[in-house]
Write a protein that binds this ligand. Structure first.
Ligand SMILES: Cc1ncc(COP(=O)(O)O)c(C=O)c1O
Length: 392
C-alpha cells in the first residue's frame, strides 16, 4: 500500500491481503501448518526459495497482515509480531546483544523490562546501566566502548517524564549503539520514534494497539536488516510467535487506533486540568499541561499528550487509597491502554517490590495515583474521583 496515505487510512487498510473469496474483513487463519502442492514445493518452502507459508511458528497470513499494518503505521521497513510486549523486548535483546555487551537504559521503564535486564540478560553477560530518561548528559556519561544499546520508554510510567528521542539518538549513533524505543504509551498515532532517529520500536500491543483489553501481544518495528530478517529467524527458532487469533484482534484494534488515541488524550487533558484545580491534589503529572517540565518537548515530539496521567493527593497512602476505593465506575487494575478507565496506586502495586528509598528517589510517593483515561464521559470520571477526594 502506498506509503503516502495518512495514518488513519493506514490503520484501517494497510497490509490487508484478500483470499480467493474476496472477504471484506481480514481473514483469521486458525491453522498451525500449511499444505504443499508437492514434495518439490515443500522442499522449496523449507529452503526459503518459495515465499509461501509453512508453519505458524514461522509465519501466518493473519500475523503477516498485522506486521505489515504496524510497519506502515510506524513508518518502518519491517515488523515482527510477538507473543507479548515482553517477548518483543526479549527478541530485540537476543537479536542484538551478546555476552560482554553493555546497555544504557532509562531508569523509568516498565518493571519487567528492568527485571529482564537485571535478572535474566545479566546471566548471559549483558550489563545494564540505568540513567534518567530526561537527562541526556547522563546517557552520554554512561557510554562505554562496549555499549551496544540505548533503551527507553517515553512518556514514562507513571510520572510521564518525556525523553528527547532525537537528542538521545544522536548520542547513541556516536556511541555505535542502537536506540530502542518502547512506544507503548504513545503508539504511532501520537509518536513515530523511527522518524525522530530511533533504530527500533518495540510494542506491548496488549495496550493501546488492541485498545480494548482483550489479548496479550507484542511487536518490533524497524529496518529489515535490524528487525525483519534477524528477528524472523530468532522467532522461528526460539518460538515466541504471536497467535493468529491475537493478531486478528489487534488488527481490528488498529482500525480505531488514531480515533481512540486522540479522543483519550483529549479526555486525559481535560481530567488533568480538573485535577490541577482541586485543592486536595498537590501535583498533576501530564505532558499536556503547561506545568509539566517537558511540556514543550512533548508538544514537539508527540501529536497529543497521551492517555496516562498521575496525580499526588495530600494525605499520603490513606488519602490515595480512599480515592481509589471510592470509585464506582473506574476499574481498579494495573493494566492500561483500554477504552475503560483504570486507576492504580503505584507505590503499593506496580512499584511495590522496590525499596521505599528507591521509590522515593524515583518520585513514586505514597500519595501518587495513576489514571489511564478511557472513553467514558469526562464528567462521569470527575464525579467518580471527586467522591474520594472529598471524603474524610
Ligand atoms: C511500557 C510497557 N512495555 C512493555 C510491557 C510488557 O507488555 P506485555 O504485558 O504485553 O508483555 C508493558 C506492560 O504493561 C508496558 O507497560
Amino acid at each position: 500500500m502506498a506509503k503516502d496515505y495518512e495514518l488513519q487510512t493506514l490503520g484501517v487498510r494497510a497490509g490487508q491481503a484478500r483470499t480467493e473469496f474476496q472477504e471484506h474483513s481480514e481473514a483469521l487463519f486458525l491453522t498451525s501448518s500449511f499444505v504443499f502442492k508437492s514434495a518439490k514445493q515443500a522442499a522449496a518452502r523449507f529452503a526459503g526459495e518459495d515465499e509461501g507459508m509453512v508453519y505458524t511458528r514461522y509465519t501466518n497470513p493473519t500475523v503477516s497482515m498485522l506486521q505489515e499494518r504496524l510497519a506502515a503505521l510506524e513508518g518502518a521497513e519491517s515488523c515482527v509480531a510477538t507473543a507479548s510486549g515482553m517477548s518483543a523486548i526479549l527478541t530485540t535483546a537476543m537479536t542484538h546483544l551478546k555476552s560482554g555487551d553493555h546497555v544504557v537504559c532509562s531508569n523509568a521503564v516498565f518493571g519487567a523490562t528492568i527485571q529482564l535486564f537485571n535478572n535474566i540478560l545479566s546471566r548471559f553477560g549483558v550489563e545494564t546501566t540505568y540513567v534518567s530518561p530526561t537527562k541526556a548528559d547522563e546517557w552520554q556519561r554512561a557510554v562505554r566502548p562496549n555499549t551496544r544499546m540505548f533503551f527507553l520508554e517515553t512518556p514514562s510510567n507513571p510520572l510521564t517524564e518525556v525523553s528527547d528521542i532525537a537528542a538521545l539518538s544522536a548520542i547513541a549513533k556516536k556511541a555505535g549503539a542502537l536506540l530502542v524505543v518502547d512506544n507503548v504509551f504513545c503508539t504511532p498515532a501520537l509518536q513515530r520514534p523511527l522518524a525522530l532517529g530511533a533504530d527500533i520500536v518495540v510494542h506491548s500491543a496488549t495496550k493501546y494497539l488492541d485498545g480494548q483489553g482483550r489479548v496479550i501481544a507484542g511487536a518490533v518495528a524497524g529496518p529489515k536488516a535490524l528487525v525483519g530478517d534477524p528477528m524472523t529467524a530468532f522467532l522461528r527458532t526460539a518460538g515466541p510467535t504471536l497467535s493468529p487469533f491475537n493478531a486478528w484482534v489487534v488488527l481490528k484494534g488498529l482500525e480505531t487506533l488514531q480515533l481512540r488515541m486522540l479522543a483519550q488524550s483529549a479526555a486525559a487533558l481535560e481530567l488533568a486540568r480538573w485535577l490541577e484545580s482541586r485543592k486536595e491534589v498537590s501535583r498533576v503529572f501530564y505532558p499536556g499541561l503547561a506545568s509539566h517540565p517537558q511540556h514543550e518537548l512533548a508538544s514537539r515530539q508527540q501529536r497529543a499528550a497521551g492517555a496516562v496521567l498521575s496525580f499526588e493527593v495530600k494525605g499520603g497512602r490513606a488519602a490515595a487509597w480512599r480515592v481509589i476505593d471510592s470509585t464506582r465506575l473506574v476499574s481498579v487494575t494495573a493494566n492500561l491502554g483500554d477504552v475503560k478507565t483504570t486507576i492504580v496506586h503505584p507505590a503499593s502495586t506496580t512499584h511495590g517490590r522496590i525499596s521505599p528509598e528507591a521509590r522515593a528517589a524515583a518520585g513514586i510517593t505514597e500519595g501518587l495515583i495513576r489514571v489511564a483515561v478511557g472513553l467514558e464521559a469526562v464528567s462521569d470520571l470527575t464525579a467518580d474521583l471527586q467522591r474520594g477526594l472529598e471524603a474524610e
